[in-house]
Design a protein around this ligand. Structure first.
Ligand code: UDP
Length: 484
């Protein structure tokens, strides 16, 4: 087990919290924001990463400057040393190995902390990822309270709580191929969801599917926790948060965490006001390129940190974007494309001129990009962090979801909040072109009006008297009272 102590606090009587995210960018990033906020409130933060991710974090960020008071600990990811740790099977393999190897690693870590002197002894509370429910078993062995942090939207978690009911009511497995069939048995979402909007774990072909059964069990374990943290906003997901409240002793809606963290860091003139790339190195040159573009003229295109696309999908997107005649900034991670072809190979095969309005980067400073005045829209995979970041920036979206919660988020964006279009289950250059034109030209005013309203709700929630700020304070006080 590798251990790196960035620095330790001198005081001995500080509440010590252990943060344990699932080892993926979309989980680590909001966990780091939360840990920063609690560290700012005087807590000692111990943060667990896999060894692989810890090295990436060290390599791509100035973590000594950004997290001066954190203690980072790392554990093996349980994968063989020659595993590529990228590509389409990485998350599936990581998911499987985490269920086997993380439980003993957490136990070993807590045992070693028990021996420590000073503020980094056993934590008073573990904030664990809501998809690693085994954490609560280990925490209970050490008599430490657990708060789960589920990094998805409240809408999505509410649906997870109804997987058993979907089976009981005969909605799952689907009886036919009609993916537009409404789903009517989830309270509060009767007129919103279709089959195609359910979180895509599998296509729900079999009620005994091990992944479906795994999530049913995993979700029910969450309710054993002392509380549930959600990276969301009462004024945006209120009805779902209230409903979730019936399952939990406490629900803390404290999002958007990236914005709350930035606001509090700015107020305290901390060195860390913007985000770093976390697991990737940000290419900041694109900000200069954006500076040269007219207001609201550029479409930002990014599909997050995990999903993979085929060469054919890339080509459809590329032609759709080029045919829309809009400028675009497109993040193509080195591992985005499945197979051996690179984006360079794909572009070489195209007629010249296809990319003349576009810029490709391998990883962007996304929060800064979205808040740049040149950005007029976001073609996104609808990961929850990206969705929140776009909401805060007031940027309307074209959603192209691929897996898990993305299917739900995209439906909320298009049908509940009405700040974008949902392009799920299609991949066609003419649809891409049409939706880009709709977003950036034809429906522009209407979209911008709803996006601005939603942005105001998100931004108000992180003000000192805003709901998320108040909920964060409650969380802080509740953890402090555990300490005493
Ligand atoms: N991100 C980034 N630069 C990029 C692409 C993504 O900083 O070029 C960040 C983005 O700001 C977000 C996270 O990576 O916070 C992706 O999380 P999300 O939940 O949107 O999707 P996931 O990667 O989990 O699919």
């Amino acid at each position: 087990m590798v251990t790196e102590t960035i620095s330790t606090m001198e005081k001995t009587e500080v509440p010590h919290v252990l943060f344990f995210p699932f080892p993926a960018q979309g989980h680590i990033k909001p966990f780091l924001s939360l840990a920063e906020l609690l560290s700012h409130a005087g807590f000692q933060a111990t943060f667990i990463n896999t060894e692989h991710n810890h090295h990436r974090l060290l390599h791509n960020n100035d973590i000594h400057n950004r997290f001066p008071k954190f203690q980072f600990k790392s554990i093996p990811d349980g994968l063989p040393p020659d595993h590529p740790r990228s590509g389409p099977l990485y998350i599936r393999d990581l998911f499987r190995s985490s269920r086997v190897s993380f439980r003993p690693a957490l136990r070993e870590l807590l045992t070693s902390l028990k021996e420590e002197k000073g503020p980094c002894q056993l934590p008073k509370c573990i904030i664990a990822d809501g998809i690693m429910s085994f954490s609560i078993d280990v925490a209970e062995e050490f008599e430490i309270p657990t708060i789960f942090f589920r990094t998805y939207s409240a809408h999505c978690l509410w649906i997870y709580f109804h997987f058993s009911q979907l089976i009981e009511e005969g909605e799952v497995p689907f009886q036919d191929e009609n993916l537009d069939q409404p789903i009517s048995c989830i309270p509060g979402l009767e007129n919103v969801l279709r089959r195609r909007d359910l979180p895509r774990i599998r296509r729900f072909e079999n009620a005994d599917d091990p992944m479906l059964q795994f999530f049913i069990r995993e979700t029910s374990v969450l309710t054993r926790a002392t509380g549930l943290i959600l990276n969301t906003v009462n004024e945006i997901e209120g009805p779902m948060i209230t409903r979730l409240g019936s399952f939990f002793k406490k629900v803390y809606a404290i999002g958007p965490l990236h914005a709350l963290k930035s606001r509090i860091n700015e107020n305290s003139s901390s060195s860390s006001t913007s985000s770093d790339g976390i697991l990737w190195k940000e290419d900041k040159k694109c900000l200069k390129w954006l500076d040269s573009k007219p207001s609201r003229s550029v479409l930002y295109v990014s599909f997050g940190s995990l999903i993979n696309l085929s060469g054919e999908q890339i080509l459809e997107l590329l032609h759709g974007l080029a045919n829309s005649e809009k400028s675009f900034l497109w993040v193509i991670r080195p591992d985005l494309i499945v197979g051996d072809a690179t984006i360079g190979d794909i572009l070489k095969e195209q007629e010249t001129g296809r990319m003349e309005r576009g810029l490709i980067v391998s990883w962007a400073p996304q929060e800064e990009v979205l808040s740049h005045p040149a950005i007029g829209g976001f073609l996104t995979h609808s990961g929850w962090n990206s969705t929140l970041e776009s909401i805060v920036a007031g940027v309307p979206m074209i959603c192209w979801p691929q897996i898990s919660d993305q299917q739900v988020n995209s439906r909320c964006v298009s049908d509940i909040w009405k700040v974008g279009f949902d392009m799920k289950d299609t991949c066609d250059r003419s649809i891409v072109e049409k939706l880009v034109r709709e977003l950036m030209d034809n429906n522009r005013e209407e979209m911008m009006e709803s996006a601005n309203k939603l942005a105001m709700l998100a931004r108000d929630s992180i003000k000192e008297d805003g709901s998320s700020c108040i909920n964060l304070e409650k969380l802080i006080q509740d953890i402090k009272s555990m300490s005493s």
